[in-house]
Write a protein that binds this ligand. Structure first.
Ligand code: HEM
Length: 345
């Protein structure tokens, strides 16, 4: 009898631990860790900055991770979970999650934070802080916002769910609009967030259709450049922004664009819109924005106003970061971001 009571109490304690932190976006607060783990945001920022010094691509990976985490079951770090015997097909194995990166960096940050304040800070909050800091660093501080925190790490991670929830690069504009509308993002926000494709890379398999698309859909010189790049290995990754391409390749295929080539790669700015107007974007989904009157209008608007985009992008990332877990979901604070602490599923 006594044992049963002890077990019951232990079970209740676990349930309380699982439900302790707020899971609903509305309950998140800026400075959530001020009294729980002082300085945590500085720790995250320090690690992100250090990583970006040697590899700016990690910043692009973090920004994409925020999107891919938050669009599937809300921002619950479910995208960070590795396959396990209990869950052999987690989100990160979904085809739509091809190329996700920066998992090691997040694990490194989590370890540093755990060392400072064990069991206090969720991986989902760390991911949002890190993505915010990456966006800020890659935009030279032009993109900045406060992150309300207090998220829980989720217990569920399904490749099938990620595949169903995330947009695919082969989508039509209507599919993109419908996909974003399901999360309460409108056409303008779709266009704003697509601007993240000013940084990072994509694998050739993510834009195969574009390699043979007609000239009214893609600049033929750019298409030749992409074909050249894609023949250099088995499904290589190619930079999303021709500005980040090596000078010789641009000079060979697109001599008129050499002035765009930059020494510093992955600058997060409104160049995506200029590229889209010039038909030099690699993903079909990005070009699709030009086929829709309202979306096209926003492409022009953000091409013309870099500062407006910086502010609106920050606002939209913040909105993404507030997507919460489905009502009634349980969560906790993982010890390692890749391993579920409470393997209930
Ligand atoms: C609108 C629908 C979107 C589609 C269809 C889409 C699709 C893709 C694809 C196919 C890749 C390349 C994956 C690969 O082959 O490795 C990619 C990369 C990327 N996406 Fe998106 N994306 C979308 C929206 C977004 C949003 C909303 C964000 C962030 C706010 C984002 C940020 C990024 C970044 C930063 C990269 C480069 C990642 C890296 O270099 O590691 N994307 N996206």
């Amino acid at each position: 009898m006594r044992l049963a009571v002890v077990l019951l109490c232990a079970l209740v304690a676990v349930q309380v631990a699982l439900l302790a932190a707020p899971a609903e976006g509305g309950e998140l607060v800026v400075g959530y860790y001020d009294n729980k783990c002082r300085g945590v945001e500085n720790v995250v920022k320090w690690h992100v900055r250090r990583a970006l010094k040697t590899n700016r691509r990690a910043g692009a990976a973090l920004v994409r991770l925020l999107f891919h985490d938050c669009f599937v079951r809300g921002c619950d770090a479910s995208v960070l979970l590795d396959a396990s015997p209990q869950n052999p097909n987690p989100e990160k194995d979904a085809p739509v999650n091809i190329g996700l990166a920066a998992f090691d960096l997040l694990e490194e940050i989590k370890a540093a934070v755990e060392h400072r304040c064990p069991g206090v800070v969720s991986c989902s909050d760390i991911l949002i802080y890190a993505a915010r800091d990456a966006a800020s660093a890659l935009s030279n501080g032009n993109i900045h916002f406060d992150v309300p925190a207090g998220r829980l790490d989720g217990l569920v991670s399904s490749a099938a769910e990620a595949q169903a929830e995330l947009p695919d690069s082969t989508f039509t504009v209507q599919q993109l609009i419908d996909n974003f509308a399901r999360k309460d993002f409108d056409v303008e926000e779709l266009v704003i967030l697509s601007g993240a494709h000013s940084i990072g890379v994509g694998h050739c398999s993510s834009f195969t259709g574009r390699l043979t698309a007609p000239p009214e859909q893609i600049n033929p010189a750019y298409r030749n450049l992409l074909n050249h790049k894609c023949h250099q290995g088995a499904n290589p990754a190619v930079v999303n922004n021709v500005r980040d391409e090596d000078y010789e390749t641009v000079a060979r295929f697109m001599p008129g664009f050499t002035s765009r080539v930059r020494k510093i790669s992955d600058v997060l700015d409104n160049t995506f819109y200029h590229n889209n107007l010039a038909r030099i974007v690699s993903f079909n989904s990005d070009w699709q924005l030009m086929t829709h009157t309202e979306a096209r209008g926003h492409v022009h608007e953000y091409a013309d106003n870099a500062t407006l985009w910086d502010g609106d992008f920050a606002e939209s990332l913040l909105k993404l970061s507030k997507l919460s877990m489905p009502a009634g979901s349980k969560g906790g604070i993982r010890k390692k971001c890749s391993i579920a602490s409470h393997p209930l599923h």
